[in-house]
Design a protein around this ligand. Structure first.
Ligand code: HEC
Length: 369
């Protein structure tokens, strides 16, 4: 098991400007560009900030550093974008997919101490009269947790099947899940709920992405004598929108959706979505490259090559294009990724007692099923 990996994630993503696998073209940025932004210097000009804004809002609160806390919160805001696809309705139920796109984090989101974070999506759906149809990820009454929410980060178990919740990573034996969104990548959060006969359209979807730097269990372990600083929740981004069944999907959302499916390993499903994306925006290099990858992974080298050829005149010097052409031309398939180390012990008892916990991070899991 590898621990700090932010550098590798950055290098493999779009911000390094060196990756042929980048999902989206962005202006390259180094660690310093983001984490040490230029600020006015004492004697004119600018200097690199040594506040190192990141995800640690708690540390600033603990030490009573208001300016540090405000800057960290501002740094975190709107780096991840939320949007929704038009719901699919069948047999009195609605399927809703929330697209969670990593737009401004230079590596996986989250990164660093992902076993300690508490990071989840809160979603509420109402009909046009305001009636609540579905709610997921609201904090419980004690404000400690949001059971069953769609979560980001990791859940590890030790050799006796207990959760690793004290940063005791050396005890880890099993990865229950690890859900992180690579730079430029998209995660698909799926929800299903009943539609009462009197449901009035359009539906109203409110979604918020929340972060607590430390999960309550770690906070309690660190401060057994009681609460020193309340664990505040920072809302990183929010969405409040109306959705109708027959609404058109924008070119940008089609590409996000296709990328989300690709990252789940569902190239066959991604392909028609990305065909629609290139139709909606034929000038998008990113969309042609994503389509090329979907076709390649789905085993259609011919269409993969054709899609890569379409990207070539749009961005002739883009190394991603040359790479895609090369792979497609060889009819090559992307090699399967090596499995994460598996447990050598039985952790079934813990998982049986906590069925929600595994599902919170399972790829493709439908919340509310
Ligand atoms: C495009 C902007 C950007 C770039 C480039 C970037 N980061 Fe980040 N980084 C962020 C944001 C935003 C967060 C907070 C969200 C998160 O934790 O994923 C973050 C969080 C982190 C964290 C977690 C901090 C915590 O308190 O949990 C670490 C560690 C980190 N970055 C290291 C790096 C390193 C090392 C590099 C270069 C290899 C780098 N970052 C490049 C934007 C960036």
């Amino acid at each position: 098991m590898r621990e700090p990996s932010a550098y590798d994630e950055w290098r493999a993503g779009p911000y390094s400007g060196q990756s042929v696998d980048a999902l989206r073209a962005v202006a390259p940025a180094t660690c310093v560009d983001c984490h040490m932004p230029r600020v006015p210097g004492a004697s004119g000009g600018t200097v690199r900030s040594h506040r190192f804004p990141g995800a640690n809002t708690w540390n600033a609160e603990y030490h009573g550093l208001d300016e540090q806390r405000l800057q960290t919160q501002a740094f975190l805001r709107d780096r991840v974008a939320l949007s929704v696809l038009p719901p699919r309705v069948h047999a009195g139920k609605a399927d809703l997919t929330v697209l969670v796109a990593n737009r401004g984090v230079g590596h996986d989101f989250p990164t660093g101490t992902v076993d300690l974070h508490d990071l989840w999506l809160e979603v509420a759906v109402r009909d046009a009269t305001g009636r609540l149809l579905m709610e997921s990820g609201a904090l419980d009454e004690q404000g400690r947790g949001a059971p069953g929410a769609h979560r980001y980060g990791s859940l590890l178990l030790d050799g006796r099947g207990r959760p690793i919740d004290r940063h005791n990573l050396w005890d880890a034996r099993k990865v229950v899940y690890e859900r992180r969104i690579p730079a430029g990548g998209v995660d698909l959060a799926r929800y299903r709920f009943a539609l009462p006969a009197a449901t009035r359209w359009p539906l109203r979807v409110a979604a918020r992405l929340h972060l607590r730097k430390f999960a309550p269990a770690f906070h309690d372990f660190s401060f057994p004598e009681g609460v020193v600083t309340p664990l505040s929740t920072v809302t990183l981004t929010s969405l409040d929108t109306r959705v109708a069944v027959d609404a058109a999907v924008s070119a940008g959302a089609l590409l996000d959706w296709g990328i989300g499916l690709l990252l789940e390993g569902r190239a066959v499903d991604a392909r028609p979505v990305l065909e629609d994306a290139v139709k909606a925006e034929p000038g998008s290099v990113d969309a042609w490259l994503a389509l090329s990858r979907a076709c390649r992974e789905a085993g259609d080298a011919g269409r993969a090559l054709m899609a890569a050829e379409k990207a070539a005149p749009l961005s002739p010097r883009d190394p991603r294009v040359a790479h895609a052409r090369g792979l497609a031309g060889e009819g090559a398939r992307v090699p399967p990724q090596p499995d994460l180390p598996r447990a050598t012990v039985s952790t079934d008892a813990w998982l049986r007692a906590h069925p929600d916990a595994a599902l919170e991070g399972a790829p493709g899991h439908v919340h509310g099923e």
